[in-house]
Write a new protein. Sequence first.
Length: 101
Amino acid sequence: MMAEINFLCSHKALRDKRIAPTLIKEITRRVNVMDIWQAVYTAGKTLPTPFATAQYWHRNLNPKKLIEVGFSYLPANKNMGQIVKAAKIKQDTYINGFREM
């Protein structure tokens, strides 16, 4: 069993108040309560001595905000409307019998 930590975000007003270490401690506490003692995390910067690398894909739920804050970028051949439309989640499902629990 392993936990995955991804997209640790904090409000702009709280970034210089060192809230990230507090959030990390709380995530660690919650994971340890579930008897999980290993974790994998992503970093937006190059780490000094990584021991492994992996390619992964994710779906942005709010691409406009992620581009505005600089987490993602707007490709040169697309506009914001195209990006938002591509990330939109369909309301209808194509799986017969699939229902909300």
